[in-house]
Design a protein around this ligand. Structure first.
Ligand code: 5GP
Length: 191
């Protein structure tokens, strides 16, 4: 999506450790006009798939997912990062390894908000090693809902998550695919 790639080139900052900082429009300040355009692109790509629920993970996915929910006309659920060790039985839960912080944390979704009749689209800001998205896929699997696919804002395609998940048969639509990044701030996109 050219408008997103242009914005990344303009406002993105490459940080050591293969981290792309996009706080100016995505991860801190949010350009919701751009979010709306991104949501419309996902709606075009997933048209006719019968999506009736959007699932994301707190915190960075929530803004994007809300715009997507508005465009798809469906509810948005976000997986919570749980701090409590004793998890009640009324939730689906799985473990996720954080890319940016390096620790492992539990995510939870109430059983009330994901039903076997749901057709779920996952939304997230970044796809790197695939841990966050794998966790969300696991939650959908536990619920018995149908996984339609995933809409990602920025995929770092030089990292293994996208390939690993596509090999599992998961449809992933990334609006910008960064194929190269280095500590000098160079950045390239896939065609
Ligand atoms: P993964 O689980 O695929 O390794 O990483 C995805 C998650 O880590 C995203 O939800 C995002 O919050 C964070 N993340 C991964 N890579 C980056 C990055 O380059 N920049 C930022 N801002 N977040 C990232």
């Amino acid at each position: 999506m050219k408008i997103l790639e242009d914005r990344i080139r303009r406002d993105g900052i490459v940080r050591p450790g293969q981290v792309l900082k996009v706080d100016g429009f995505l991860n801190h300040q949010m350009d919701v006009v751009l979010f709306r355009q991104m949501a419309e692109e996902w709606a075009r790509l997933f048209a006719g798939c019968g999506v009736n629920k959007i699932l994301t993970i707190e915190a960075s996915g929530i803004g994007l997912a809300c715009l997507a929910g508005e465009v798809f006309g469906c509810s948005v659920v976000f997986a919570k990062k749980s701090k409590t060790k004793n998890i009640a039985g009324d939730v689906f839960t799985t473990k996720v390894e954080s890319y940016t912080h390096g620790n492992v944390y539990d995510i939870i979704v109430s059983r009330d908000y994901l039903l076997p009749t749901d057709r779920v689209l996952l939304i997230d800001d970044f796809l790197a090693n695939g841990a966050a998205l794998s966790g969300l896929c696991d939650i959908v699997r536990q619920s018995g809902a149908e996984l339609v696919g995933a809409g990602i804002a920025i995929e770092k395609s030089f990292q293994p998550g996208g390939r690993m998940l596509r090999e599992q048969g998961i449809r992933i639509e990334s609006l910008a695919r960064v194929s190269y990044m280095d500590d000098e701030g160079r950045l390239e996109f896939e065609d």
